[in-house]
Design a protein around this ligand. Sequence first.
Ligand code: NAP
Length: 520
Amino acid sequence: MNLANYIEDKWQEGSGGGVPLVDPVTGEELARASAEGIDIGAALRYARDTGGPNLRAMTYSERAALLKAAADVLSANRDRYNDISLRNSGATKADCRFDVDGGIGTLKYYAALGRGLGDNRLLMEPGSDQLSKDGGFESAHILTPTHGVAVHINAFNFPSWGLWEKMAVSLLSGVPAFAKAAAATSWLSQAMVHDVVEAGILPPGAVSLICAGGHDLMEYLEPGDVVAFTGSADTAAGLRGHPRVSANGIRFNVEADSLNAAVLGPDAAPGTPECDALVREVRREMTLKAGQKCTAIRRILAPAAHIDAVQSTLAEQLAGVTVGDPRNDKVRMGPLVNKAQQSAAREGLELLKRDARVVIGGSDDFELLDADPGRGAFFPVTLLRCDDPAAADSVHDVEVFGPVATLMPYDRPGEAFAATARGRGSLVSSVFTADQDFALEAATALGPWHGRLALIDGSVAEANPGHGVVMPQCTHGGPGRAGGGEELGGLRALRFYHQRTAVQAGSGSLEALRARAADY
Ligand code: NAP
């Protein structure tokens, strides 16, 4: 099967051999993806010139209705998407909920939010400032959709959620989306876009998709275009540094990797609900999607007095995780996405071992259910221990994109916060404590280094959707190494796809404008 790209409102196959997509359990080739021979410059121009005007002619509530209709189509075909995820990503049922349902849920959330913006075509910030002594001349800020195309570059680990969380916001804003899927898992993105397109929901030019290639995308960017990138920090640095990005003042959002942490408070002794919650969360984060989540917990900071007890409980729980073919219901963790990722994880683990010792896992000799280790891309659940985090480097620096985390002790809270900050900017950290003073101290110390913090005491441990779950209500992204980007976060996300303009005018004019704008 050759996956066709959706370009200029037509399904077009690329030329050449393309990139193989494989079943990571068996190594069997499932499909090929190529965008070779596609004129990317013309494709972007079409999206800009056709999709842009079509979307901007609609109001926010009309575009919100498109999102709702797309979500309904996707919901109706959910079982097929789960099957593709199982075959192309080795996803368990829980992994599918995260990616497939996460994408559909985010679309529905923005559909509901967009309905609230009403029949308007521009947004306006609340309030105004007086610019003249008599108060008759004022300023206020409006936001209008950018007249460009939104290039969305996605990572392999979220072919559904990554695609729709970006498209939802861009389409609601009135900006056509040009998605570039990560080749390895592009089948799911392609199947979903195919169903939405064939349902005839979207106006011409509103969406485009390439399943592979497109590595020359930056060459064709024009003023007004924006880029939302998700992937590794290295790729991000190369693309963000492209001369055309700086020459054209292209807004460029980066969601990159990060060394997220879980911090156990000094009060959270073994047996407390907070300590139990940390252990549950670490187990879930390490094994869900086989640890291939940008938000997964990579480092665990525990008080020195409790670390041995935490370690033995965690090791016991992780040892009970069944790894193998997710077609078997007993399997709790599937493989990594392919052999290349398996090799990368092995290399990363060797680097971590310079500073840490293996508690469990770490070896290729582990039990698999219904799978052949030679053919599949499996990786063992691996817990490491580093006793001197202040002197260590690799544990704060190397993201092993798999089921791997490192446990580290601290004596004073300042040491835990300093160690967490050594990640040089992360997407999310969770702090498990019932001590509100410690929680406040943690929020103040960790805030500057994180896009999101979860402060978990026993009373919210059950309600917490999970450290790694990106809720559309909350900003997603992190400073520094994590890319410095921001996505989602309710209406805040629309800002990226809009130009903010200060309007200086008489009070009457501003009031008339406000009557025709949605509150932002
Ligand atoms: P990657 O190798 O950096 O690739 C990311 C995307 O960039 C892919 O679609 C890739 O396409 C594309 N790409 C590579 N070179 C390009 C170029 N020259 N021009 C245009 N596009 C180019 O990352 P990955 O291996 O897919 O994803 C794993 C990483 O993503 C992890 O480090 C993870 O932490 C991070 N991640 C972050 C988030 C977040 O929200 N912060 C979410 C998920 C993943 P090809 O497939 O065609 O190479």
